[in-house]
Design a protein around this ligand. Structure first.
Ligand code: ATR
Length: 292
C-alpha cells in the first residue's frame, strides 16, 4: 500500500531510509512514515537498494545528501561497521549495525537495535526473560547473533542448535568473548540431534533460520515428531504465521512472529533520529502494521 505523502514532504523534510539488497519488500517505510505522520515529525523514510559493491559510496553519500540517518539490513549490517566514527557497545560486540545516525559534522554513529527489539517484543507479549529462562535458539547466522546476545545478557541459559555445529560453537564463543559472565550459560548443539531432550528442557524456542519464509517449499526448522507443550513459547523471527508457529499452537505453546521485533527495533532507531518518544513511535508503527 502506498502512503499518501502529498503535502507532507517539503524542503525542510529530513530523510532517513533503509540500506539493503534486495529491499523492495521491506515493511519499514510504511511503518516508519505512518509513525512520523501520526506524531507530526517532518521526516520521510525510503527504501534504498544498495548493491554490495556500492555500499561504500552509498554510506558516504548519506551525509552528502543530508540524510538524518538510516537503517541497515541484510546483507550490509557488518559491511557498514568500518565507516562508523563511533559505535554502541553492542555494535562493537557483534560487529554488526542496523542503525546509522549522521551527526552534525557528517560523521556516523552506529547502533544495533535488534537485540532490544527482540526483548521489547517478548516483554510486550508478557514473556519475561531472565535467569529462569531456558532458551533454545535454532540457527547460528547473522540474525541469531542479536538474539543470543539479548538472551544471554538478560540472564537466560541459551542452547544454540544449528545444522552446521561449528557455526553454533563460533557464535557461543563470540558471545562468551563479549559477555564473559554468560559463558557458562551458553552451549552449542548439532541440529537436529537430541532434539527431544533439548525441547523438553526449553521454555523459549526461537527460530532465527530463514526456514518458513516460503511455507510451500521450506522444510520445518524442527522435527515434527517432537511436540511443543503448554507453557512453552515459540518465537519466529519471520514476520508471518509460519508452519513452525502453527505447529507450536497445535501443541498448546505460545506462538509469536517477528513483526513486533521489527516494530521495536524500528521505534528505537526512529527515536535516535527524531528525538521522539520510543513508546509512542512503536504504538503508531504497530497500528500501521495491524491495518494490513
Ligand atoms: P541470517 O543472517 O538471516 O541469519 P544466514 O547467516 O545465512 O542468515 O543463516 C541462516 C541460518 O539458517 C543458518 O543457521 C543456517 O544453518 P547453517 O549454518 O547450517 O547453514 C540455517 N539454515 C538455512 N537453511 C537451513 C536448512 N535447510 N536446514 C537447517 N538449517 C538451515
Amino acid at each position: 500500500m502506498a502512503l499518501d505523502t502529498s503535502g507532507r514532504i517539503g524542503g525542510a523534510t529530513r530523510l532517513v531510509g533503509v540500506l539493503g539488497w534486495p529491499i523492495a519488500h521491506t515493511l519499514s517505510p510504511r511503518m516508519q512514515n505512518a509513525a512520523f505522520a501520526a506524531l507530526g515529525l517532518d521526516f520521510a523514510y525510503v527504501a534504498l537498494p544498495v548493491a554490495p559493491e556500492r555500499l561504500p559510496a552509498a554510506v558516504r553519500g548519506l551525509a552528502a545528501l543530508g540524510f538524518a540517518g538510516a537503517n541497515v539490513t541484510v546483507p550490509h549490517k557488518a559491511g557498514v561497521v568500518p565507516f562508523l566514527a563511533e559505535m554502541s557497545p553492542i555494535v562493537r560486540a557483534l560487529g554488526a549495525a542496523n542503525t546509522l545516525l549522521v551527526r552534525a559534522d557528517g560523521s556516523l554513529y552506529g547502533d544495533n537495535t535488534d537485540a532490544h527489539g527482540f526483548l521489547a517484543d517478548l516483554r510486550g507479549h508478557g514473556v519475561a526473560v531472565g535467569p529462569g529462562t531456558r532458551a533454545l535458539v535454532l540457527g547460528a547466522g547473522g540474525a541469531a547473533r542479536s538474539v543470543v546476545y539479548a538472551l544471554a545478557d538478560a540472564g537466560a541459559t541459551v542452547k544454540v542448535a544449528n545444522r552446521t555445529v561449528t557455526r553454533a560453537e563460533e557464535l557461543c564463543q563470540l558471545i562468551a568473548g563479549v559477555l564473559p559472565e554468560t559463558a557458562h550459560r551458553l552451549a552449542a548443539h548439532a541440529f537436529p540431534n537430541n532434539l527431544t531432550d533439548l525441547a523438553a528442557d526449553a521454555t523459549l524456542i526461537v527460530n532465527t533460520t530463514s526456514l518458513g519464509l516460503h511455507p510451500a517449499t521450506d522444510s520445518l526448522p524442527w522435527d515434527p515428531a517432537v511436540s511443543f507443550r503448554p507453557g512453552q513459547v515459540v518465537y519466529d523471527l519471520i514476520y508471518a504465521a509460519t508452519p513452525l508457529l502453527n505447529f507450536a499452537r497445535e501443541g498448546g505453546a505460545g506462538a509469536i512472529n517477528g513483526l513486533g521485533m521489527l516494530v521495536h527495533q524500528g521505534a528505537r532507531s526512529a527515536a535516535l533520529w527524531t528525538g521522539a518518544d520510543e513508546g509512542e513511535l512503536a504504538r503508531f508503527m504497530q497500528e500501521e502494521l495491524e491495518r494490513s
